[in-house]
Design a binder for this molecule. Structure first.
Ligand SMILES: NC(=O)c1ccc[n+]([C@@H]2O[C@H](COP(=O)([O-])OP(=O)(O)OC[C@H]3O[C@@H](n4cnc5c(N)ncnc54)[C@H](O)[C@@H]3O)[C@@H](O)[C@H]2O)c1
Length: 349
């Protein structure tokens, strides 16, 4: 980080803007490295070396389907960075041909608190979500045969990133199933899969039941606000479910399954399916633990029930990916600094 002026040992950092193209460039082809980064960061978080307060949801009475979420966080360890992701979800954007989610990430300097970067963060958010999903798929299938039939339930940006991260971390699939309420989304995702030579057999299903019954690993990435999958018999083959969109499954399905989350306090709120299961039973007994518990060998994974992982998504992961990109862009000598961003620097003028 370059400095503008300095008094004693502290100095004001420069301020940089990192647009989406630079973000994407810094991440391209680095899936394994990013999954390792996500895993190291998640371990730090699980060990308590982070601050990750509850996300703040801004909602609007005149636009009830939309929201903007603030995710402040701080990472310790070697990384030492603070910051916040500010991410909008406006589902009606999709019909107008622009992405649902848009975001910025602000990085703050550990020593002075000064913001030192503002970055395009929809790619960062999709990347950390996909890295976490790929990491979970790996951990939950250790010690057993890896699933080779995957189903994508909801086929927007997040589904594409999760596929990219699975493929980039050596997963291969014999069959890929796809289901989406929107025929255009399903066709677009199928086109992406065909281009990336993803599987021998790609099937666009016209029923949710068909997709679920024919998949050993399922990725839920819809924008459903309340449960719409309610039939437990569809899960009788005990699939691994990456429940990334968090609100698709009826609580009764969770209660008949093994449940893991990324962070208990984060996930059991905002009417996620685990939150509904807690409200239904009045307790958290249905939770087997966190992915961190599994990584630390504090819990095991029974194979005789469906396994559902519901990751709320942690701000510390956005920060870690963001700081990694900042360092890469800096190393490449391509940082776009806004000169004199901080202006009023002399206490008495
Ligand atoms: N847990 C996390 O860490 C995390 C992080 C980022 C995004 N997300 C969530 O992932 C989800 C997907 O995000 P995205 O950017 O891909 O959204 P998107 O709008 O690009 O795509 C969502 C897709 O789901 C489809 N869909 C909506 N309701 C459906 C239903 N009931 N059944 C089948 N398909 C349905 C839509 O037609 C659309 O194609 C969102 O809910 C988002 O909040 C979770």
């Amino acid at each position: 980080m370059t400095t503008k002026s300095s008094t004693s040992t502290k100095s004001v950092p420069s301020f940089a803007v990192i647009p989406g193209a630079q973000v994407q460039n810094a991440l391209e082809g680095r899936e394994k490295q990013i999954v390792e980064l996500a895993e190291a960061t998640y371990r730090l978080h699980s060990a308590g070396d982070s601050v990750n307060p509850p996300s703040y949801f801004l909602r609007f009475s005149d636009r009830p389907t939309s929201r903007i979420i603030a995710l402040p966080a701080s990472i310790g360890g070697q990384v030492k960075v603070d910051g916040i992701k500010w991410i909008s979800s406006f589902p009606e954007n999709v019909a107008a041909g622009i992405p649902r989610a848009s975001a910025v990430l602000i990085l703050n300097d550990h020593d002075t608190g000064y913001p030192f970067a503002c970055m395009e963060a929809s790619i960062i958010s999709a990347t950390r979500t996909a890295a976490m999903a790929a990491m979970a798929a790996d951990w939950f299938s250790r010690g057993r045969q890896r699933p080779t039939r995957i189903g994508f339930f909801g086929t927007g940006l997040i589904a594409r990133y999760i596929h990219k991260f699975l493929a980039g971390t050596d997963w291969s699939f014999d069959e890929i199933g796809v289901y989406d309420l929107s025929a255009d989304s399903a066709a677009g995702f199928r086109g992406y899969l065909e281009k990336s030579d993803a599987a021998n057999k790609i099937t666009v299903h016209d029923s949710a039941e068909q997709l679920i019954r024919s998949s050993d690993i399922l990725v839920f990435a819809t924008i459903a606000g309340e449960p719409h999958v309610k039939d437990l018999s569809w899960f009788e083959h005990n699939p691994l479910v990456l429940h990334v969109s968090l609100r698709d499954l009826a609580p009764e399905i969770l209660l008949a399954s093994t449940n893991f989350v990324d962070d208990v306090e984060h996930c059991l709120k905002a009417n996620t399916s685990p939150h509904l299961a807690e409200q239904l039973t009045g307790n958290r007994d249905f939770l087997q633990g966190t992915l961190g518990d599994l990584m630390a060998e504090r819990v095991t994974v029974p194979a005789d029930r469906p396994l559902i992982f519901s990751p709320f998504g942690l701000g510390v992961l956005d920060l870690a990916v963001g700081k990694h990109i900042y360092d890469e862009v800096t190393r490449a000598g391509e940082l776009q600094v806004i000169e004199d961003f901080f202006h009023e620097l002399k206490r008495y003028g």
